[in-house]
Design a protein around this ligand. Structure first.
Ligand SMILES: [Zn+2]
Length: 398
């Protein structure tokens, strides 16, 4: 239980200045100016610092030297603790390209660690990312035997729905994907399109099957220019244009300032708006680590990439290779580069991703009755303290 006064609360639609905020072991109790200070202990004057809802990361692979594809509970906890230091209180561990056995173990661990005390961010469930990529769109991911949808094999992976599997990424142009998407939707999964060179009509069909989200807008996807390499005219639209066009589709950006320029972030924000655009880290294990070479994915069987300053690059430096910064950096960067109001930028890192996962009744904003997941930010939006389920980071849960 705790209580702050003189806090600036970042609510979904505004910043409420000089307000009080109280929470108990699990939930936020109130967020207003009521005069019951003396009844509550301990109390603390926040001197106008911000309280933001804890961030929710839909797309994250690793941090602090560990990758979820290392496939140990300790690696999971290391990544969760790392991202919690950056304000993330909930996340969906995201796999990279691997073998079927690796995917199954990954999903088992997501199920085992879901909603447990990791000492950091809460595991919401796994984002199965990699098996169904369109191979030419794999980007920096390891070369592997990509799966084409097959009912028996798909149903084996989808059987983890409800026990560790939350999100599935597909490439709509791959034959057999319609059945896969419909089967995943029947099991309640969020289905996203990613690492795909689909055409606009293929994306439109995929929306009809139930695809509702698109991974890292502008990255590893088809657009007019790429499709023109196969057909000069008429020029055609691809995944990028379909994502901007279809209101049914939410999407996400890696707002580290290195993947996308300010104008692309502004375009995404203007067209999709703060309720259809989430900030993600897409971070690999080099978060909070020095520059150098790191395995993206499993140690030994993933892909070697390099951390170079605030971004990951391929070893030959010809391409990007995932993020290396926490979501707090993305929040500050998006705010600085787009000029979007702070409460909307925070919403894109909290309530919007929570809603995309269908978990906004429980997490994603500072509201009485929601989990006490919140972040204290200074005026420069640096993380000062993080609370997961009412417990400050660094203190063992009771
Ligand atoms: Zn990716």
């Amino acid at each position: 239980m705790g209580y702050f006064f003189n806090a600036n609360l970042i609510l979904p639609d505004r910043i409420d200045e000089g307000t009080q905020f109280a929470w108990n072991d699990r939930e936020i109790v109130f967020t207003d100016r009521r005069k019951i200070r003396r009844l509550l202990k301990p109390e603390e004057n926040l001197h106008g610092k911000y309280i933001a809802p804890g961030f929710v990361d839909l797309h994250v692979h690793g941090g602090d030297g560990a990758d979820f594809m290392d496939l140990t509970a300790e690696a999971f906890r290391t990544v969760c603790r790392c991202h919690a230091r950056h304000g993330t209180t909930s996340l969906t561990p995201t796999s990279t390209v691997g073998t079927r056995d690796q995917y199954r173990r990954f999903l088992e661990l997501c199920g085992e660690l879901r909603n447990t005390d990791t000492g950091g961010a809460r595991v919401l469930g796994g984002h199965l990312y990699g098996p169904y990529f369109h191979p030419p769109a794999k980007g920096c991911h390891p070369n592997a035997d990509f799966l084409t949808p097959q009912p028996e094999q798909d149903d084996d992976l989808l059987s983890f729905a409800g026990r560790g599997l939350t999100t599935l990424t597909v490439a709509p142009e791959t034959p057999g994907t319609e059945r896969l998407v419909r089967a995943a939707r029947d099991r309640g999964l969020l289905v996203t399109a990613g690492h795909t060179f689909a055409t606009f009509p293929q994306m439109e069909a995929a929306v009809g099957w139930g695809v509702r989200h698109v991974d890292h807008l502008f990255c590893a996807m088809s657009d007019r220019a790429r499709l023109r390499q196969q057909q000069a005219y008429p020029m055609r639209a691809g995944v990028m244009e379909a994502t901007l066009y279809h209101d049914e589709l939410t999407t996400e950006v890696i707002a580290d300032g290195w993947h996308l320029s300010a104008e692309l972030l502004k375009l995404a924000y203007k067209v999709k708006g703060p309720d259809r655009l989430a900030l993600v880290s897409d971070a690999m294990r080099a978060v909070d680590m020095p520059d150098g070479e790191y395995w993206f994915g499993a140690t030994g069987s993933g892909e070697l990439v390099r951390r170079k300053g605030e971004v990951g690059v391929t070893l030959d430096a010809s391409g990007l290779a995932s993020g290396v910064m926490g979501l707090d950096h993305g929040l500050r960067t998006f705010h600085r580069l787009t000029g979007a109001p702070l409460h909307e930028v925070v919403r894109m890192a909290s309530l919007t991703p929570a809603r995309i996962l269908g978990l906004d009744a429980d997490i994603g904003s500072l509201e009485a009755g929601k989990r006490a997941d919140f972040v204290i930010l200074d005026e420069q939006l640096n993380v000062e303290q993080v609370y997961v389920g009412g417990v400050p980071l660094g203190e063992p849960a009771a």
